[in-house]
Design a protein around this ligand. Structure first.
Ligand code: ZN
Length: 381
């Protein structure tokens, strides 16, 4: 099998714009600038698209497997499931658990990150608000004491990439400062903060809004709350779950209009059922029923993550919300790669970067996925 490949003839989305009838040159695991000798030429239809592999910074699992509770093989299965849907870079998100349990999970997940299967760990909980707990176990929630944040950071051996915090709680602002000092993303989420408290957390160094709108107060005209503060501030990237369930299309479009393509990150917040099917699952210690692809807690009925994959988010953003392909590529690949400090390696199709790419047809259905120069999904010729 040739290690050099030339993908030819489709619309290629580059940071500088879309090239019709473009070529992507692959040598070994990387994109290259000059045509490699002895290359296999893959002809693609002119109405097809070649876009960078997707980067998901908020994902709890898939393929029936959980990043919070599964074995190493389970976690790898979850990662592979999302690769089949175009996500070539994934951060594993945990849900609230006991501190010792989370520290132990951090050990297992950091090994997978060290060997390149994961892009790091996102701790969602336990440092979140009981008022906005969503599908997190209330009994295990705690205030964001910087010493506890530090404990999980240490357990992750440099692979902690993001913490979601309710920054209005005691220790919240100090924890934001601690994370920012160590180059770890402080994300505001599962929060009951006011507008003013949110501004304070951004000033302290928070840079991401965890699934904007979900698990936070709505916008009121006298109490604009966290959403207005997060949308208006140039320092914040907003995560959006564009599955048609978590957000009304008008709410999605309002956020995109304000944050723009440069400050939006499309995420899945996927749980085990993504790429798998309806049924009963566990999300951490809580039981979840997935029906018609919507995951809800058995007790209370809170939405409990999604069954979204990023190929569906891509298609929906273009075909339902009318975003340009260029804008979706920024929100689904480039921006999350930049947040993770990985844009020198992934997030765009430029020479020297990993050959991570997705082939879509004219209807934005996924037709091919390449990761580090190898097909995960081979496009039909
Ligand atoms: Zn989540």
């Amino acid at each position: 099998m040739a290690t050099s490949k030339i993908l030819a003839g489709a619309q290629v989305v580059l940071p500088t714009g879309t090239v019709p009838g473009g070529r992507v040159l692959v040598e070994g695991t990387r994109v290259t600038g000059s045509a490699p000798g002895d290359a296999e030429v893959i002809d693609l239809a002119p109405d097809h698209w070649v876009v960078p592999g997707f980067v998901d910074i908020h994902n709890h699992g898939g393929g029936g497997a959980s990043f919070t509770s599964g074995t190493v093989d389970d976690v790898l299965k979850g990662i592979h499931t999302h690769r089949l849907h175009g996500t070539t870079t994934v951060v594993a998100s945990t849900v609230t658990g006991e501190m010792d349990f989370l520290a132990q999970r951090a050990g297992l997940l950091s090994e997978l990150a060290e060997q390149g299967d994961l892009a790091g760990i996102h701790f969602e909980g336990p440092f979140i608000s009981p008022c906005r707990k969503g599908a997190h176990s209330e009994a295990l929630l705690r205030e964001p004491d910087p010493a506890d944040v530090r404990k999980l950071m240490d357990a992750a051996r440099g692979q902690a990439k993001m913490f979601t915090l309710a920054t209005e709680l005691a220790g919240g602002i100090d924890s934001v400062r601690l994370l920012a000092e160590h180059g770890v993303i402080a994300a505001i989420g599962h929060t009951d903060a006011s507008y003013e408290q949110t501004v304070q957390a951004i000033d302290a160094g928070a840079t991401v809004a965890t699934h904007l709108y979900n698990a936070m107060p709505g916008i009121g005209h006298r109490e604009p709350g966290p959403i207005a503060a997060l949308l208006e501030d140039e320092r914040i990237t907003v995560e959006l779950i564009n599955d048609g369930t978590h957000l009304h299309p008008a709410a999605f479009e309002l956020a995109f209009h304000h944050a723009g393509a440069a400050r939006t990150a499309l995420i899945t917040d996927a749980m085990d059922a993504a790429g798998f099917g309806d049924g009963r699952y566990m999300l951490g210690p809580l039981e979840v029923e997935v029906k018609d692809s919507v995951a809800r807690l058995v007790e209370g009925g809170s939405i409990a993550g999604s069954t979204l994959t990023l190929d569906r988010a891509f298609k929906r953003s273009v075909t339902v919300d009318g975003l340009s392909v260029d804008d979706v590529v920024r929100a689904i690949s480039a921006n999350p790669a930049k947040l993770l400090g990985m844009y020198d390696r992934v997030g765009s199709l430029e020479p020297g970067k990993d050959a991570d790419l997705v082939v879509l047809d004219a209807e934005f259905e996924l037709k091919g996925v390449m990761r580090k120069g190898e097909w995960v999904v081979t496009p039909a010729s």
